[in-house]
Write a protein that binds this ligand. Structure first.
Ligand SMILES: Nc1ncnc2c1ncn2[C@@H]1O[C@H](COP(=O)(O)OP(=O)(O)O)[C@@H](O)[C@H]1O
Ligand SMILES: [Mg+2]
Length: 133
Protein backbone atom coordinates (compact mmCIF):
# COMPACT_ATOMS: atom_id res chain seq x y z
CA UNK A 1 0.00 0.00 0.00
CA UNK A 2 2.96 2.34 0.52
CA UNK A 3 3.10 2.57 -3.27
CA UNK A 4 -0.48 3.72 -3.72
CA UNK A 5 -2.71 3.24 -6.73
CA UNK A 6 -3.65 5.27 -9.78
CA UNK A 7 -6.72 5.26 -12.00
CA UNK A 8 -6.65 7.03 -15.34
CA UNK A 9 -9.85 8.91 -16.15
CA UNK A 10 -10.72 8.70 -19.84
CA UNK A 11 -14.33 7.53 -19.91
CA UNK A 12 -17.35 7.59 -17.63
CA UNK A 13 -16.63 3.96 -16.68
CA UNK A 14 -13.31 5.09 -15.21
CA UNK A 15 -15.27 7.15 -12.66
CA UNK A 16 -16.65 3.90 -11.23
CA UNK A 17 -13.19 2.31 -11.31
CA UNK A 18 -11.70 5.26 -9.39
CA UNK A 19 -14.55 5.19 -6.89
CA UNK A 20 -14.10 1.45 -6.26
CA UNK A 21 -10.32 1.81 -6.00
CA UNK A 22 -10.73 4.53 -3.35
CA UNK A 23 -13.29 2.57 -1.35
CA UNK A 24 -11.22 -0.63 -1.43
CA UNK A 25 -8.09 1.28 -0.39
CA UNK A 26 -9.94 3.02 2.46
CA UNK A 27 -11.22 -0.36 3.63
CA UNK A 28 -7.72 -1.87 3.49
CA UNK A 29 -6.45 1.08 5.57
CA UNK A 30 -8.98 0.36 8.30
CA UNK A 31 -11.60 3.03 7.62
CA UNK A 32 -15.11 2.10 8.75
CA UNK A 33 -18.02 1.62 6.37
CA UNK A 34 -19.29 5.20 6.71
CA UNK A 35 -15.90 6.75 6.02
CA UNK A 36 -15.38 4.34 3.11
CA UNK A 37 -18.65 5.64 1.63
CA UNK A 38 -17.66 9.28 2.24
CA UNK A 39 -14.28 8.77 0.55
CA UNK A 40 -15.86 6.88 -2.37
CA UNK A 41 -18.44 9.62 -2.89
CA UNK A 42 -15.83 12.39 -2.84
CA UNK A 43 -13.67 10.52 -5.37
CA UNK A 44 -16.66 9.88 -7.57
CA UNK A 45 -17.47 13.62 -7.72
CA UNK A 46 -13.87 14.64 -8.36
CA UNK A 47 -13.37 11.99 -11.06
CA UNK A 48 -16.64 13.04 -12.69
CA UNK A 49 -15.41 16.63 -12.77
CA UNK A 50 -12.18 15.52 -14.48
CA UNK A 51 -14.19 13.67 -17.11
CA UNK A 52 -16.72 16.51 -17.62
CA UNK A 53 -14.48 19.56 -17.53
CA UNK A 54 -11.00 18.35 -18.48
CA UNK A 55 -11.78 15.23 -20.52
CA UNK A 56 -8.94 13.17 -19.10
CA UNK A 57 -6.79 13.03 -15.98
CA UNK A 58 -5.95 10.77 -13.09
CA UNK A 59 -6.92 9.87 -9.54
CA UNK A 60 -4.21 8.61 -7.16
CA UNK A 61 -4.73 7.21 -3.70
CA UNK A 62 -2.13 6.38 -1.09
CA UNK A 63 -1.65 5.81 2.59
CA UNK A 64 -0.21 8.70 4.59
CA UNK A 65 0.99 9.19 8.15
CA UNK A 66 1.40 12.40 10.15
CA UNK A 67 2.32 12.63 13.83
CA UNK A 68 1.51 8.96 14.28
CA UNK A 69 -1.90 9.27 12.62
CA UNK A 70 -2.72 7.26 9.54
CA UNK A 71 -4.88 8.39 6.71
CA UNK A 72 -5.61 8.36 3.02
CA UNK A 73 -4.53 10.96 0.49
CA UNK A 74 -6.30 11.39 -2.83
CA UNK A 75 -4.79 13.44 -5.62
CA UNK A 76 -6.96 14.28 -8.63
CA UNK A 77 -5.05 15.82 -11.50
CA UNK A 78 -5.90 17.05 -14.96
CA UNK A 79 -4.47 19.25 -17.64
CA UNK A 80 -7.81 20.76 -18.57
CA UNK A 81 -8.92 24.40 -18.70
CA UNK A 82 -8.28 25.08 -15.02
CA UNK A 83 -10.49 27.00 -12.60
CA UNK A 84 -10.41 30.81 -12.70
CA UNK A 85 -12.09 31.45 -9.34
CA UNK A 86 -11.73 28.82 -6.65
CA UNK A 87 -13.93 30.88 -4.28
CA UNK A 88 -16.74 30.74 -6.84
CA UNK A 89 -16.59 26.99 -7.57
CA UNK A 90 -16.54 26.24 -3.83
CA UNK A 91 -19.96 27.88 -3.41
CA UNK A 92 -22.88 25.46 -3.07
CA UNK A 93 -24.87 25.41 -6.28
CA UNK A 94 -22.32 27.05 -8.60
CA UNK A 95 -22.09 25.15 -11.88
CA UNK A 96 -21.04 25.95 -15.42
CA UNK A 97 -22.75 22.81 -16.73
CA UNK A 98 -26.25 23.01 -15.26
CA UNK A 99 -25.11 20.45 -12.71
CA UNK A 100 -26.09 20.59 -9.05
CA UNK A 101 -22.93 22.52 -8.23
CA UNK A 102 -22.45 20.42 -5.11
CA UNK A 103 -19.54 18.24 -6.22
CA UNK A 104 -16.62 20.32 -4.97
CA UNK A 105 -18.19 21.75 -1.80
CA UNK A 106 -19.66 18.32 -1.05
CA UNK A 107 -16.32 16.56 -1.51
CA UNK A 108 -14.68 19.13 0.79
CA UNK A 109 -17.22 18.41 3.51
CA UNK A 110 -16.73 14.64 3.16
CA UNK A 111 -12.94 14.86 3.57
CA UNK A 112 -10.81 16.32 6.41
CA UNK A 113 -8.46 18.36 4.22
CA UNK A 114 -9.13 19.71 0.78
CA UNK A 115 -6.91 21.91 -1.36
CA UNK A 116 -7.35 23.07 -4.95
CA UNK A 117 -4.42 24.27 -7.00
CA UNK A 118 -5.31 25.37 -10.47
CA UNK A 119 -3.78 27.44 -13.23
CA UNK A 120 -6.03 28.68 -16.02
CA UNK A 121 -5.15 27.00 -19.27
CA UNK A 122 -2.88 24.48 -17.56
CA UNK A 123 -4.99 22.30 -15.34
CA UNK A 124 -6.14 21.48 -11.85
CA UNK A 125 -4.78 19.45 -8.96
CA UNK A 126 -7.02 18.68 -5.99
CA UNK A 127 -5.39 17.11 -2.96
CA UNK A 128 -7.65 15.77 -0.25
CA UNK A 129 -6.99 13.77 2.87
CA UNK A 130 -8.95 11.90 5.48
CA UNK A 131 -7.59 10.70 8.81
CA UNK A 132 -8.52 7.46 10.48
CA UNK A 133 -10.31 7.91 13.79
N1 LIG B 1 -11.33 19.64 -12.90
C1 LIG B 1 -11.96 20.78 -13.24
N2 LIG B 1 -11.49 21.57 -14.24
C2 LIG B 1 -12.11 22.72 -14.59
N3 LIG B 1 -13.23 23.17 -13.99
C3 LIG B 1 -13.75 22.44 -13.00
C4 LIG B 1 -13.17 21.21 -12.56
N4 LIG B 1 -13.90 20.71 -11.56
C5 LIG B 1 -14.90 21.58 -11.36
N5 LIG B 1 -14.84 22.61 -12.23
C6 LIG B 1 -15.74 23.79 -12.29
O1 LIG B 1 -16.35 23.93 -11.00
C7 LIG B 1 -17.77 23.94 -11.13
C8 LIG B 1 -18.39 23.34 -9.88
O2 LIG B 1 -18.08 21.94 -9.81
P1 LIG B 1 -19.02 21.01 -8.93
O3 LIG B 1 -19.10 21.59 -7.56
O4 LIG B 1 -18.55 19.60 -9.05
O5 LIG B 1 -20.46 21.17 -9.61
P2 LIG B 1 -21.02 20.63 -11.01
O6 LIG B 1 -20.07 19.58 -11.52
O7 LIG B 1 -22.38 20.10 -10.68
O8 LIG B 1 -21.08 21.83 -11.94
C9 LIG B 1 -18.04 23.20 -12.42
O9 LIG B 1 -19.30 23.56 -12.98
C10 LIG B 1 -16.87 23.64 -13.29
O10 LIG B 1 -17.10 24.91 -13.85
MG1 LIG C 1 -19.21 18.11 -10.39
Amino acid sequence: MAQGKVAAIRSDLDIVIARTMARDTAKALGFGAIDQARIATAVSELARNIYLYAGTGSVSVREIERSGRKGIEIICEDQGPGISSIDLVMQDGYSTSRGMGMGLPGAKRLMDEFEIRSIEGQGTTITSRKWRT
